[in-house]
Design a protein around this ligand. Structure first.
Ligand code: BGC
Ligand code: MG
Length: 527
């Protein structure tokens, strides 16, 4: 159970309107009070912040905006004292164009780092070497007049892709990893883990038939969805890198969750990358970050696929993060529905990750065009408004300046609607979602079958999604009515004792029928 922190927006401690590491330290007791096992902090490394830290210009330092290495050490120390592990976000696939490696690499074609990035001559007609597209819009190739060559960028022009075919690059990123392991981090979230290698021959990607396109990764207005990314990512060499990465992790007993972004092959890659003990322990899946509300049928489909291609693998599920519209808005959830999805999440097989503010039920904030920061949103506005609406500051108090986030004007405006949903107000209100999250997290923690157990397969019966989680000596039946109408289900055979009263769990009637109210769950222990 992981809690994701977007450091720019968690807590500002020095009054510059931008969250920072000491701000996080200040709020760690609150995070610990949720009952989470670990925190994942989005990037805080030195960066020109063109992609808000996902463009790193020094892997081994803290950006002054966020604090110092000493602040980071204090953060790790405090988190550990509170019983939480610390995972940091390694963005290894690309660097910032301000990184010293790139400055050197782009200077000419003969320097020591000439081959550290993916460089290519133009086609004879001067156009880019192939048809690859950047997720953030336009060609994935940028012309560089110094070398008279193109370089590859899967994201912004200012995020050149490292060339992992070069063994020195592999060593350099492993050294950066070790730097943080030596500072005491417990694990990593690995950004865009399936983008590390590009096809050596730079072959064109084939088009993807319109009926196979989906907007799981990129919004539907993005032409990136028109290609099958056969050669620009998902290369088999990724596994060889992950093997080396895992060997390093194992020396420290550390763990990693790899982000696998692929609208078609995501779960297959999850299966490959988490199989056995050689690669990463977990992969962060996009299926439940999708635009459409997960129906029982869809959940059954997703988990059937996981059971098929990742039987001995391990997913990490999330409904919200710093890249997608907050799920309360994305799925248009009522408070009862938000509660049901929270409980469901805590019962799923796999690790789970919640995103700051999710525990408050925050909706997507409305950020006007003039206040937009995210280059992705600026590019595709207004059809896609980008990621600022899920990145606005955390709301701690209703009345204090900027919700208690900062004494100075925040980098993104605090939503007025959010001010009514602050931590302080919810702490006072026993009926608030925040307490439901705490109870659901505690419920998961108290049941080994939910934390690490297997499952019987996810079933859909009309509006109900149900399954049995099992670990040695423990079986838990879980059912959720994902609709606004009452419904019923027959209990599986055996003796089941209702549990989870604190989560509003229903009791089966004497005839073995389970009657579920709208958005109600039923949780029962096999006895
Ligand atoms: C991160 C994004 C980032 C991108 C490029 C991701 O998937 O989550 O926030 O823009 O990688 O690094
Ligand atoms: Mg600050």
């Amino acid at each position: 159970m992981i809690y994701q922190i977007y450091p720019r927006s968690y807590q500002d401690s020095n009054g510059d309107g931008i969250g920072d590491l000491l701000g996080i330290v200040q709020r760690l007791p609150y995070i610990a009070s949720l009952g989470v096992d670990a925190i994942w902090i989005s990037p805080f490394f030195t960066s020109p912040m063109k992609d808000f830290g996902y463009d790193v210009s020094d892997y081994c330092d803290v950006d002054p905006m966020f604090g110092t290495l000493a602040d980071f050490d204090a953060l790790v120390d405090t988190a550990h004292k509170l019983g939480m592990k610390v995972m940091i976000d390694l963005v290894l696939s690309h660097t910032s164009d301000q990184h010293a490696w790139f400055t050197e690499s782009r200077a000419n074609r003969t320097n020591d780092k000439a081959d550290w990035y993916v460089w290519s001559d133009p086609k004879p007609d001067g156009t880019p070497p192939n048809n690859w597209l950047s997720i953030f819009g336009g060609s994935a190739w940028q012309w560089d007049a110094r070398r008279e060559q193109y370089y590859l960028h899967n994201f912004l022009v200012s995020q050149p892709d490292l060339n992992f075919h070069n063994e020195e690059v592999v060593q350099a990123v492993l050294n950066a990893t070790q730097f943080w392991l030596d500072r005491g981090v417990d694990g990593f979230r690995l950004d865009t883990i399936n983008f590390y290698y590009a096809d050596n021959e730079l072959r064109d990607n084939p088009p993807l038939p319109a009926e196979e396109r989906n907007a799981n990764i990129a919004p539907s207005v993005n032409p990136y969805n028109h290609q099958m990314h056969l050669h620009s990512k998902n290369q088999p060499e990724n596994l060889e890198f992950l093997r080396k990465f895992r060997a390093l992790l194992d020396q420290y007993g550390a763990a990693a969750v790899g982000e696998v972004g692929d609208a078609q092959l995501g779960l297959d890659l999850l299966g490959e990358y988490t199989a056995g003990e050689d690669f990463v322990q977990m992969c962060y899946a996009f299926e439940l970050l999708a635009k459409d509300t997960p129906t029982p049928e869809r959940l059954a489909q997703v988990f059937a696929k996981v059971d098929e291609v990742a039987a001995d693998g391990w997913a990490c599920w999330a409904f919200s993060n710093h890249d997608v519209m907050r799920h309360v808005s994305r799925w248009n959830l009522t408070p009862a529905a938000a509660r049901a999805f929270c409980t469901l999440m805590m019962c799923l097989r796999g690790s789970v990750c919640i995103y700051q503010g999710e525990e408050l039920g925050l909706p997507e904030a409305d950020v006007p065009f003039e206040a937009l920061q995210d280059p992705y949103g600026i590019e595709f506005w207004p059809e896609f408004k980008g990621r600022d609406g899920c990145r606005t500051p955390m709301v701690w108090e209703p009345s204090n300046q900027n919700g208690g986030f900062s004494a100075h004007q925040p980098w993104l405006p605090v939503s007025n609607e959010h001010l009514q949903m602050s931590v302080a107000d919810q702490e006072e209100d026993p009926a608030a979602l925040l307490h439901h999250y705490r109870r659901a997290i505690a419920f998961r923690r108290a049941h080994p079958a939910l934390v690490a157990g297997d499952h019987s397969g996810v079933q859909a019966t009309d509006d109900i999604v149900h399954f049995i989680r099992m670990a040695k000596g423990q079986q838990i039946f879980c059912a959720f009515n994902l609709s606004d109408s009452p419904t019923a289900l027959t209990m599986p055979d055996g003796n089941w004792q209702p549990i989870g009263a604190e989560l509003g769990s229903a009791h089966p009637s004497a005839d073995g029928k389970l009657h579920l109210g709208p958005w109600q769950c039923a949780l029962a222990l096999h006895v």
